[in-house]
Design a protein around this ligand. Structure first.
Ligand SMILES: Nc1ncnc2c1ncn2[C@@H]1O[C@H](COP(=O)(O)OP(=O)(O)OP(=O)(O)O)[C@@H](O)[C@H]1O
Ligand SMILES: [Mg+2]
Length: 317
């Protein structure tokens, strides 16, 4: 039997009829961590929202298969219920997903009840344990607070603590460490690894932080303008990047030696994936004439390593 727990095939989704992410395909093995990276506006959150059947997202084409069952054909409401039963999500702005003026205690209890796992006698010790894992001191005071009264980093950790309490098979996290101090980031990163190693939790983690992706990911997917442009085992993508965009992202990472990194001028198109042509061609140092009209297609360049352009690799040789 296949160990694939979640499969996405040729998925195109949008906030209306126009796709914000297109032709996205990947398989997730049980217990695997996939990190999605890419600049702002490249469609990372959109993919996670589509997987959770967010009401604002429209499935335009392609399929989603969860635990062997094609779910993309189900009515949106049924799909949403199924997805929230099986998958947990920590949104990019957790404070926006909780009621800002309701205490976390009440919201935790409501959520645990809605999943049928609220145990009144165990609640306090469960919360204390989850908070401790995320270096959240003084859990009694924090859980009594409302989201509006806490800092962004604090809210992010409380949202993660709830995800730990729910213990779902699949965890989707949208920039879970972006508001955290470096030391806490490390703690949270270890917690993700522990979730995978001890509990076999499958995870998709969206991050801008390539160092975090290097530490956590089994596989890395690089997104640009709503498309996956490179996908493969983390070590292959980071040590042997083929797409010029992946190379540019890596070169833009600041180092501690004081040297300024090579920047990547410009920004991704706001219009999302185009009908034809490589969306990166106008920023690509290696662009050729036909890049603006070349059809998007992933090609295999190694074991489980796919890329929509190999020019970065040719240049590196
Ligand atoms: N609620 C929305 N309504 C309409 N378009 C949206 C909405 N949210 C995002 N988009 C558009 O979808 C595209 C992908 O956005 P998305 O938020 O998925 O990017 P992202 O990779 O998560 O960026 P970031 O790193 O800034 O979070 C962008 O062009 C964005 O403008
Ligand atoms: Mg986002």
């Amino acid at each position: 039997m296949s160990d694939i727990i979640l499969s996405v095939s040729g998925l195109s989704v949008g906030y209306g009829e126009r796709p914000a992410a297109a032709d996205v395909s990947f398989d997730l093995q049980k217990g695997e961590i996939l990190c999605l990276v890419g600049e702002s506006g490249c469609g990372k959150s959109t993919v996670l929202k589509a997987l959770m059947a967010a009401p604002e997202i429209k499935l335009l084409s392609g399929s989603i298969t969860l635990e062997g069952r094609v779910i993309s054909d189900l009515p949106a409401k049924e799909r949403r219920k199924l997805c929230s039963d099986r998958m947990g999500i920590v949104f990019q702005t957790p404070e926006a997903t909780f009621n800002p003026i309701r205490s976390y205690r009440r919201q935790f209890i409501e959520t645990l009840k809605s999943h049928g796992i609220y145990d009144r006698s165990a609640f306090d010790s469960q919360v204390a344990k989850a908070f401790e894992k995320l270096e959240l001191k003084d859990w009694k005071r924090v859980i009594a607070e409302c989201p509006y009264a806490l800092s962004g980093g604090m809210n992010q950790r409380v949202a993660l603590a709830l995800a730990l309490l729910l213990e779902q098979e699949i965890l989707l996290c949208d920039e879970p460490t972006s508001a955290l101090d470096a030391t806490i980031q490390l703690q949270v990163a270890y917690e993700f690894k522990r979730l995978r190693d001890k509990n076999g939790v499958t995870q998709i983690i969206v991050t801008h932080n390539l160092a975090l992706a290097r530490f956590l990911a089994d596989h890395i997917g690089v997104m640009y303008a709503g498309r996956l442009v490179e996908l493969g085992k983390a070590e292959d993508v980071l040590s042997d990047p083929h797409h010029p965009y992946t190379k540019s992202l890596m070169e833009a990472v600041p180092k501690l030696d004081g040297e300024m990194p090579v920047g990547l001028p410009g920004s991704p198109p706001m219009t999302g994936p185009s009908e034809s042509g490589c969306e990166f061609h106008d920023r690509c140092p290696l662009a050729k004439e036909n890049c603006s009209c070349r059809a998007y297609a992933m090609q295999q360049v190694g074991d489980g390593h796919f890329v929509s352009c190999c020019d970065g690799k040719e240049a590196a040789e």
